[in-house]
Design a protein around this ligand. Structure first.
Ligand code: SF4
Length: 776
């Protein structure tokens, strides 16, 4: 099987046999800076990298010419060589043997066996029993869609990804209120509000630390932070509402209650732009502010002062994140906190909250599309809640899942209840993992397919959520594929063809049409899709194999951008034109496609005025709808005396997965990438440490209702008594210099429980795990 590859140095390496060939680096200048992006968080800051002749990343710096990040990075980007290079990289497909070990096999055998197994499941149990998990992490969104296409082609219906353990509650609320995702204009706002969010470490805003410092240093601007810890962001805040863990809903209600009861709401805005306000306003009018302030442990006058500052500011906007989204009352908290910008009229304005354009709507408009087949959990944004997936497998229910494709993801490590996940994977008929490394999940797969890294293929992120300018960057490969690896797009194309799901003649005809021109290709593609629904279902793969080879510089993996551009063009035509991309109708789609293809340092693809936010509100009456009966019901049921998380047996609230200076999901496996806090110490307050007789050298046993682990500790007054935290992304195994596998830090999800989740969206309570501590 042959693949044609063009690397960044302009040298075509055609007919590279990925089975046997160790791809050599072409001669190049090791002093040349190559533009690309950091892939360690959703911001994908533009960076430039120098690559040595052996493929090491020798120098990394922020790319000042990058459209969005303008040279900004945090310290994490400088350590990307630990992702790209190391003994973790897989170089041959692996098959699980009857004794449980994995042995290398050749690509053709692996592809054919996988195709045959999926065909068998489709023909006996139905294609909807094949489940897809993953889809691309932070910067890997161009290739995994080919996996979703393959899944659809086999008849797959159900899938999930990390967003279903984080954001689906908020997506649903945004969808109900305005038809889709909103974003805060933090660069221009007068009052920035962060709820369960520490942008200093978890970013999420372009140039996050610059923005935070600018707000903190401007006496006319303010920052409000709701967080139980004195996070780096909270330390910069004018109002740090240091809630007791798990009391965010009460704190938010006290803020909103103050605004309504003190007559601070923007009545004109509500009258003109808000639908269904009667029920919610009636409830907020009777919130017992003092009592709720006591429940959340924040002085009432501090809450009232923060509420007044928000309501009287020229502008305010909000970023909520995992602190509440992975906590109790998660979806309800999303609903209440959005009242802060709705009731104060902070929508569609500079410094406020805004709807934005997108290339791919990863939120699915926040729509619910049915329920999962076994547990009946809500499917929001097309995603089955991560916490119910094991229960969708470990059952004799006839609709249970029988097989999984897992791509660029490590659910055994990243999702709640590791032992239950392992049991679920081992119970499936077929598990295929596609990854750069032999992950904790891959160890339970029937087939592990080694994929090229994000710097060895064309890649991009679809986290394009900026407003009023929205940007996109298509990244060129910096290196040829590592020996034995191919891209996800190529893997899925080969499986589709091995299963004969689309006749080869269709591919031939479309390739011939693509040679004639895009207009001819478009006509032929839609004709083929009309005749054969599998062509439409597997569109990304078809585009890769037919239109892809015609793209300049070997950008075959980027062919799906053609369909994306043509879908976005009619939706956002005026904003695309304002970005300087001319044309209308299909011509605009083509011009947008060309602009995306040429965006190696980022391109602004839409430009809006603030009032254009209203153009993207898709509720039936074009207003903000706050009458959400499901949320009002949850609000009415909120315990009037606060939450009950702890007990005599488990007196601590553990935040399992704190974002720190050197954490990055599970993509960074090499523990040496962490310059500080290598083992990811458990953080504990001085008061608790003294009471339990711990000192800086102590090793402690953490016990939760689901598991136990041993950790080093860090005694720090950023933690309040009763609250402890461990970082995310640790507990991964990695070979040391002798080849011995070592595990560094605590694997958080050995301490969590799949049933401990939000009753509405199913998102986990990772930030509020009951726990106890003792000396190890
Ligand atoms: S981890 Fe840091 S450098 Fe990398 S994308 Fe995020 S903010 Fe930028």
């Amino acid at each position: 099987m042959a693949v044609a590859i063009v690397c960044d140095y302009g040298s075509a390496m055609s007919d590279l046999d990925a089975e046997t060939t160790v791809a050599p680096l072409t001669p190049h200048d090791p002093d040349q800076w190559h533009p690309t992006a950091c892939i360690l968080c959703e911001n994908n800051c533009g960076v430039e990298i120098k690559v040595s002749e052996t493929g090491r990343f020798t120098r990394i710096r922020g790319d000042k010419a990058h459209t969005e990040s303008k040279g900004y990075t945090c310290e994490k980007a400088l350590r990307l060589d630990h992702y790209q290079n190391g003994p973790h990289r897989l170089t041959a497909p692996m098959k699980r043997m009857p004794d449980g070990t994995h042995q290398p096999i050749d690509w053709d055998t692996a592809i054919q066996e996988i195709a045959d197994r999926f065909l068998h499941i489709r023909n006996t149990d139905g294609g909807e029993k094949i489940f897809y998990y993953g889809g691309g992490g932070q910067g890997n969104h161009l290739n995994p869609p080919h996996g979703i296409a393959l899944h659809r082609a086999f008849g797959g219906r159900y899938r999930s990804g990390a967003l279903a353990q984080e954001k689906t509650g908020e997506f649903w609320i945004d969808g109900q209120m305005v038809g889709g995702h909103t974003t805060g204009d933090f660069h221009h706002t007068e009052v920035a509000i962060f709820v369960g969010k520490n942008p200093y470490q978890s970013h999420g805003i372009a140039e996050a630390r610059r923005v935070l410092k600018a707000i903190a240093n401007d006496e006319n601007r303010s920052m409000v932070v709701i967080d139980p810890r004195v996070s780096e962001t909270a330390a910069l805040a004018d109002f740090h509402l240091q809630v007791k863990p798990g009391t965010d809903a009460w704190c938010l209600l006290a803020l909103v209650g103050t605004i309504v009861q003190e007559g601070l709401a923007d009545d004109t805005f509500i009258r003109e732009h808000v639908t269904g306000s009667e029920g919610p306003l009636g409830r907020f009018a009777v919130v017992p502010v003092l009592k709720y302030a006591e429940i959340c442990g924040v002085p009432e006058d501090q809450i009232r002062a923060a509420a007044r500052r928000i309501a009287t500011a020229k502008s305010a906007c909000i970023y909520e994140d995992l602190g509440i989204q992975m906590g109790i009352n998660s979806t309800l908290c999303s609903y209440i906190n959005k009242m802060l910008w709705v009731l104060t009229g902070n929508f569609a304005k500079e410094g406020g909250q805004n709807r934005h354009t997108h290339l791919v709507d990863i939120t699915g408009g926040g729509r619910q599309s049915g329920v999962s087949p076994v547990t009946g959990a809500r499917i929001i944004a097309g995603l089955v809640p991560c916490n119910v997936i094991p229960s969708e497998i470990l059952t004799d229910h006839p609709e249970r899942f029988r097989a999984m494709i897992i791509e660029s993801s490590n659910p055994v490590s990243s999702l709640a209840d590791t032992p239950r996940w392992i049991e679920a994977l081992d119970a499936l008929d077929t598990v295929v993992v596609i990854d750069v490394a032999m992950t904790e999940t891959a160890r339970h797969a029937d087939y592990v397919l080694p994929v090229s890294s994000q710097y060895e293929k064309w890649e991009a992120t679809f986290f394009t959520g900026e407003f009023p300018q929205n940007t996109f960057q298509l990244r060129k490969p910096l290196l040829p594929p590592a020996a034995g690896t191919i891209s996800e797009a190529e893997i899925h194309t080969r499986i589709l063809k091995a299963a004969n799901l689309i006749p080869e003649q269709t591919f031939n005809d479309l390739r011939a049409a693509a040679e004639l021109g895009r207009a001819q290709f478009a006509a032929a593609f839609f004709d083929a899709a009309a005749k054969d629904p599998t062509v439409g279902a597997a569109a990304q793969i078809v585009l890769y194999d037919t239109l892809g080879p015609t793209l300049a510089n070997g950008a075959q993996n980027a062919a799906l951008l053609w369909a994306i551009a043509h879908r976005a063009a009619p939706k956002f035509s005026a904003a695309i034109n304002r970005a300087g991309i001319a044309g209308e109708g299909p011509e605009l789609g083509e011009n947008l496609f060309e602009a995306l293809l040429g965006s190696q340092r980022g391109v602004v693809f839409t430009v809006d005025e603030y009032e254009n936010s209203w153009d993207y509100v898709s509720t039936p009456d074009g207003k903000i709808n706050i009458d959400l009966p499901e949320m009002l019901e949850l609000l009415d049921a909120l315990p009037s005396d606060g939450p009950s998380i702890t007990s005599a047996e488990f007196p601590f609230v553990l935040a399992a997965g704190e974002r720190r200076s050197f954490t990055a999901n599970s993509i960074m496996r090499d523990p040496d990438w962490r310059k500080r806090d290598r083992g990811g110490a458990l953080r504990i307050s001085p008061v608790d440490a003294e009471r339990l007789g711990f000192n800086d050298k102590s090793r402690v046993k953490i016990t939760t209702p689901s598991g136990e682990a041993v950790s080093e500790i860090e005694i720090t007054d950023i933690m309040q008594p009763g609250n402890i935290s461990i970082p995310n992304g640790l507990g991964l195994d990695y070979p040391d210099e002798t080849g011995e596998h070592m595990i560094t830090g605590v694997a958080t999800n050995r301490l969590t429980d799949e049933n401990y989740r939000d009753e509405f969206a199913g998102t986990p309570f990772h930030k509020h795990v009951p726990a106890r501590l003792e000396l190890a």
